[in-house]
Design a protein around this ligand. Structure first.
Ligand code: TMP
Length: 219
């Protein structure tokens, strides 16, 4: 059950290929929104609730062929359901801001398009799990996958299962995000992420300031 949410919710998603700078930009956005509101939540997918973080570990560690695309999709939606019910919807119901580092467009791009399941199947499962709820704004950080993957691998760590799927897979992911974004220009904004961090931040703040009639400033 979706709790009663404000008509125009304050959920902002930052999405894009691995290594596009989502993590850094989400954090900068969190800091800037925290200046104007005491109710700001920074979260991520897969993960974002204690149970969903357990599922995250299954998804992001290990060998790329550990799960096929459909199993990945089902695990992503199990984690998303927990994230929505336990974390996102309660915050939106209180009138707060939610910034999510990835959300459902990652399932569309990674499992639906790059993973060849097709968008129809993703939309069917999406509707059963999420209903008609949509985030207010989705910012797609766009950058050539070859540059982004170098950055992502440079970080090291165990969470590299998707990075190891290779350049061809990630080239499809990048194109998928661009394709998805053309579907709804009010909700989706593509930001050129192959620029310096402050320039990307400024572009994100400009979109938000216009959309929400606020005045975020780059520090
Ligand atoms: P992260 O490294 O950005 O936290 O994301 C972990 C990986 O999970 C990333 O490579 C993209 C992938 N992913 C999907 O394949 N489908 C999804 O629905 C989500 C949310 C993430």
């Amino acid at each position: 059950m979706i709790p009663t949410l404000p008509k125009n919710n304050q959920m902002i998603v930052i999405d894009g290929v691995d290594g596009s700078g989502k993590g850094v930009q989400s954090k900068l956005l969190y800091e800037a929104l925290s200046v104007i509101s005491s109710q700001v939540l920074l979260t991520r997918e897969p993960g974002g609730s204690p149970a969903a973080e357990d599922i995250r570990k299954l998804l992001v560690e290990g060998e790329p062929d550990k799960w096929d695309s459909l199993t990945e999709l089902l695990l992503m939606y199990a984690s998303r359901r927990s994230h929505l019910v336990d974390t996102i919807w309660p915050m939106l119901a209180k009138g707060g801001w939610v910034i999510s580092d990835r959300y459902a467009d990652s399932s569309r791009a990674f499992q639906g398009i790059a993973g060849s399941l097709g968008l129809d199947l993703v939309e069917k499962i999406h509707y059963e799990v999420v209903g008609s709820f949509e985030p207010e704004l989705v910012l797609i950080l766009d950058i050539p996958e070859s540059i982004a993957l170098k950055r992502a691998f440079g970080r090291g760590g165990k969470e590299d299962r998707f990075e190891k799927k290779g350049n061809e897979y990630h080239a499809k992911v990048r194109q998928a995000f661009l394709q998805i974004a053309t579907g709804n220009p009010n909700r989706y904004h593509v930001i050129d992420a192959n620029q310096s961090i402050p320039v990307v931040t400024q572009e994100i703040f400009t979109v938000l300031n216009h959309h929400f009639n606020i005045n975020l400033k780059v520090q």
